[in-house]
Design a binder for this molecule. Sequence first.
Ligand code: ZN
Length: 256
Amino acid sequence: MLIDTHAHLDEQTFDVDREEVLQRAADAGVERILTIGINVATSRAAVELAEQYEMLSAVVGIQPNYVHDVQPGDWEVIEELVTHPQVVGIGETGLDRYWDYAPIDLQREYFDRHLDLSRRVNKPFVVHCREAEADVVEQLRRASDVGSLNGVMHSFCGDADVAEACLEMGMHISFAGMVTYKKSDALRAVAARVPHDRLLVETDAPYLSPVPLRGKRNEPANVTHTAKCVAQQTGLSLERLSAITTANARNLFLLP
Ligand SMILES: [Zn+2]
């Protein structure tokens, strides 16, 4: 059994075959998928999907590349959606210096809002970090002054120091398809050193297809390839790694 802790199943690319995608995931041993919002519309869509399909849970928030598009009242909608029983986390949030769509100060402000909300409603947060590792660690450190952090670094691609800093603050580390890429030796070395009780796996579907499916549309069934790769790094069997990461996801997101 496996849990895909990060996918975007509301995306248009899945409109043609969403039920088949879910069936293929179930056939591959994926028992639950977290579908993640990136703004108000997609957060609403994530909640609707989680109401519709038993194997889905939702995470709601405003992704850093969309914070400059926020309309009056949007944040209040997120605050309301988080109370929905099918919503198991807050995000994705964080910082992104790669796309540089939104001013970094506005990204920081929303990152803090998500961290506050996560603490208030006692649901974990999901961090997106792209070319902003130092800034993310710094902001997490300030948040961790109040207490240990209840969250996950999604699709982790930082170095060993960043991983260590996040682990020290209580964070989980989630690996996506990138860890399977040929050039990702350093990332695989990081995966090998993450304590087993903090490890998670995900697809980030429809993006980041793992080897051997690189370049194709990604879907939750493919989390098995990433799990296999992480299992090899950690010296665990695929069965053991699957059981461990599934238990971790259940404990962190308080999943059914
Ligand atoms: Zn995502």
